[in-house]
Write a protein that binds this ligand. Sequence first.
Ligand SMILES: C[S@@+](CC[C@H](N)C(=O)[O-])C[C@H]1O[C@@H](n2cnc3c(N)ncnc32)[C@H](O)[C@@H]1O
Length: 412
Amino acid sequence: MMAESKTESSVEEEQKETYLYKEKIKCSPEEEERLERLHFWKIINVFRYYSAHVHERVSRAERQFFVLPLQHQMLLTDFIPNLNRIRKCIDHNQEVLQAIVQNCIHMFENMEYGEEDDIRKMQPASTFDMDKLKSTIKQFVRDWSHMGKAERDACYQPIIDEIVEIFPKDICDPRQVRILVPGAGLGRLAWEIAKLGYACQGNEWSFFMLFSSNFVLNRCSEVNSRTLYPWIHQFSNNKQSADQTRPVHFPDVNPQSLPPNSDFSMVAGDFLEVYTEPCSWDCIATCFFIDTTHNVIDYIDTIWKILKPGGVWINLGPLLYHFENMANELSIELSYEAIKSVILKFGFKIEIEKQSVPTTYTENDRSMLKYLYDCVFFVVRKPLDQFAPSGLPNTNGAVMQDFLKGSISERT
Ligand SMILES: C[S@@+](CC[C@H](N)C(=O)[O-])C[C@H]1O[C@@H](n2cnc3c(N)ncnc32)[C@H](O)[C@@H]1O
């Protein structure tokens, strides 16, 4: 059998392949703002298009049911009533999504997105974006529901325990300990750290997450006062029809119950672009984050630079590289072994390493299909003898004014 050889044209194709990485198209600040505004309104549109999209999915199920022979239909007396129940849940989810995007035009202190006008008619959203919205809905379960407690205990608690161990309150003033949580999602880990008295900043890049964290942190003060139906999009692997339509209540705690004078903020923007101030953080806590980049070495490099000498990086998560298999996106998929060797070459000292921490991520506990992540957990320290450039301020500036009054500062 002849070995397959690359044709001339496939070699040419490979050579032509370009990757979107670092060399972002340079444009004027005005153009950047225009693109940012477009993106903002695009994501608002996704939130608004939700019910149309999911109702269509239910209509498809309905059409397929009516293709069945009548005798088969008659055996399934609960099929259509279940779809009707799902439709009610869709409408309810849509109401919550509307509430989330309401007023987010003024969510950031230093960025305006223009007022609503008639030109912004709802457009169909892509399946890709709808999937992101459905994942965001599930993120409410992980971060802000009683149902997510076991998952938070597995993912967030080891990080929190280490912080308390490394920065004990009887030895240091927690308000002086500056902790950064990049890729903060809906903000629960950062909030828990702030609740313990530490100065904590969450950083998040996605508008899906930012709109939603703004909502839960600033506008949901009554425990379990809100309801979502996160599992209605799952048509396979249900043991009971009712599992699909079961509600999840949130928030399981009052997000506004932080101690007075807490130093807690959320900052919007790309971690690599926002955090450039050297030696400014005592601790960086990453959870399910380091695999979200094109090149994990960029994250390691930034973390190394912005940590104070003697500062620690605590990480927990898998390596499910987000850009793997995405067209025209650079994606360097390193094994944990390779990452560890890079971390050591930067000069970090490993203090704790656990290579097998089982966790889940936005798990549907009644599903017949479950994913288990076998995560790595580590604590590494930037040695004290790393020279800190003198005269550098320890604060990063542009911190939110008062989170509980509804502001998220934007620093892209
Ligand atoms: C897998 S989620 C984890 C969220 C949260 N840490 C948790 O454990 O639930 C990764 C998060 O990182 C965010 N993210 C990805 N790239 C980012 C970047 N360059 N800067 C800031 N956030 C980013 C994503 O939007 C997403 O919310």
